[in-house]
Every structure is written in C-alpha cells, then in structure tokens.
Design a protein. Structure first.
Length: 286
C-alpha cells in the first residue's frame, strides 16, 4: 500500500483511492489470474477494437494488474504502453509481470486519471477494460483523456451493460442478500454499472469535447469464476463478503449456502460460469 496522501486525486475520487489502494486492491492483486480468467471472453475483442499499431503509444486506464497493458505493448512493439491505476498493489503485480515478460516498452503509473497532468496530445489510443466506471467525476476524466490523445487518437473501452443483463451480479447479490433488499448506488455514482446507459456514455464523450464516431457495440460472453463450485464460492466471497458482515450467524449461514448452491448450479466441464454482457465503446478525437 502506498502513502495515500502522496497520490494526487480529485476530491470526488478520494473514496476510490482508499478502496483500490487498500484491501480491495490488495485482494485483486492477490487474485490477478482469477480476475483475468473471469473476463477472458472480452479480452481479445477489446484488443481488436483498439487496433493497436506497431508504433502507437497506448494509455491503459484502470489497468489493474496489467494484462491489457502488456498485450498492448506487445502490439506496439516500436511504440509504448502506459498503464494507470490507483492501486499500488495491483501496479506492483503489473510491473513484476512486465519485467518477467521482458517488455521494455511498458510502464505503470499510480495516478488519478481525472487530474493527472498527462503530456498533451501524447497518446494514439486509450484503452480500458472495466476501468472507467469508477470515476467520481467522469466528465473531468473524459476531458483529461481527450486532452492526452493526439488528433485522430482512438478510444476503446469495455464497460458493463446494465446489471439486469449480467447474471453473475444478480446471482451473487441475490444469494448474499439473505432476503434483504440491498441498496443500490445513485445512478451516476461510481459503481460497476455506472456506464451502462448508452445515452450517458455518448453524452460524456460529446461533452468532453473533440470526440466523434462514438459507437457502442454489444458483446456477451460467459464469465468463469473457478474450476469448481468451492473455488468459485471462495473467490467471490473474498470480494463480496462485506455484504453479509452484519448478519447474525443463522442468516449468514443461509447466505453462504445460497451462494454455494448457485455455484453448484452453474458448474460445468468448463468451470463455474455465469452470463455477462458488456458495451465495447469506440470513439475518435477530432
């Protein structure tokens, strides 16, 4: 964990820094392979949308443990890739894996994309795999991304569609609710589905200035959360266990049994899989 006070962030993003540079980011860092495997069905589609060229400079927003950054750097063999994230733990994994892979054209930066002073008109393409839904002020972030792109620069983002289209979310929260009505975050607050409304996405790109050819394409893929029901149960509980932290022992046991049951119901020879849906977003700076 870094010295949080030393990381410049927008006031609207302080809670995100606390979470991602705290226990949440540490959990993701220690389960990097599981998270990459869960979302693997979208990885190649995002890279194809980005169409990274040999001499491109690439900005990877919310890069996490760096799988997308490393693969972008491989494609930009005569260029470079920079991964940006709030989590020092995940960035530590990203740097170690890039070094192990012998990638000399990749670097990682702990920063808040809302306020970080990127060199203007530096990047040919900005990519993000589920990293743009957590901005406290997305308008500021999108404007800053636009300023960092060269004229003609491209955007390729993957964001979740509505929670109703994502079986994994409804199944996990339904099991762990133990019959309660769990509160939903405000529609425009930072959360996994904050970019699920296509009209809002188009508005953000338009208001950021300089973006055109804004296209949202639907993508669907099963997500795999573990090879066995037990592995999937433990992996998901490690992230969502806070949902049952305040329950008494009886209701907690009920919730855990419900979570295991849904994992067992979705187990197959391909692993424990749930349906999911994303928007693949492309845009271009004028």
């Amino acid at each position: 964990m870094s010295d949080i006070a030393a990381v410049p962030v927008a006031t609207s993003n302080t809670s995100q820094l606390t979470a991602w540079d705290g226990t949440e980011g540490q959990y993701w860092a220690s389960h990097a392979d599981e998270y990459d495997a869960a979302i693997a069905g979208y990885h190649q589609s995002l890279l194809e949308l980005a169409a990274v060229r040999r001499s491109d400079t690439v900005l990877d927003i919310g890069c996490g443990t760096g799988q997308t950054t490393r693969d972008a750097a491989r494609l930009a063999s005569a260029g470079s890739a920079v991964g940006v994230d709030l989590s020092s733990a995940m960035l530590g994994v990203a740097r170690a894996r890039a070094e192990q892979a012998g990638l000399a054209n990749v670097s990682f930066l702990q920063a808040d994309v809302q306020v970080h002073r990127f060199e203007p008109a530096t990047f040919d393409v900005a990519i993000s795999r589920t990293g743009t839904m957590f901005f406290g002020d997305p308008a500021a972030a999108y404007a800053n991304i636009a300023a960092a792109l060269r004229p003609g620069g491209r955007v390729a983002f993957a964001v979740w569609q509505d929670r109703s289209e994502n079986e994994w979310f409804t199944a996990f929260t339904g099991a762990l609710s133990a019959g309660r009505d769990l509160p939903s975050p405000p529609p425009e607050a930072p959360h996994p589905f904050s970019m699920s409304d296509p009209d809002r996405v188009v508005r953000l790109f338009t208001d950021a200035g300089g973006f055109h050819d804004i296209v949202l394409s639907e993508a669907r893929s099963p997500m795999t959360f573990g090879a066995t029901a037990r592995a999937a149960h433990d992996f998901v509980l490690g992230q969502l266990g806070w949902l049952i932290a305040d329950l008494d022992e009886t209701r907690r046991r009920t919730a855990l049994l419900a979570l295991m049951r849904t994992m067992q119901d979705h187990a197959s020879s391909e692993g424990v899989q749930f349906g999911s849906a994303m928007w693949l977003i492309s845009a271009r700076r004028a």
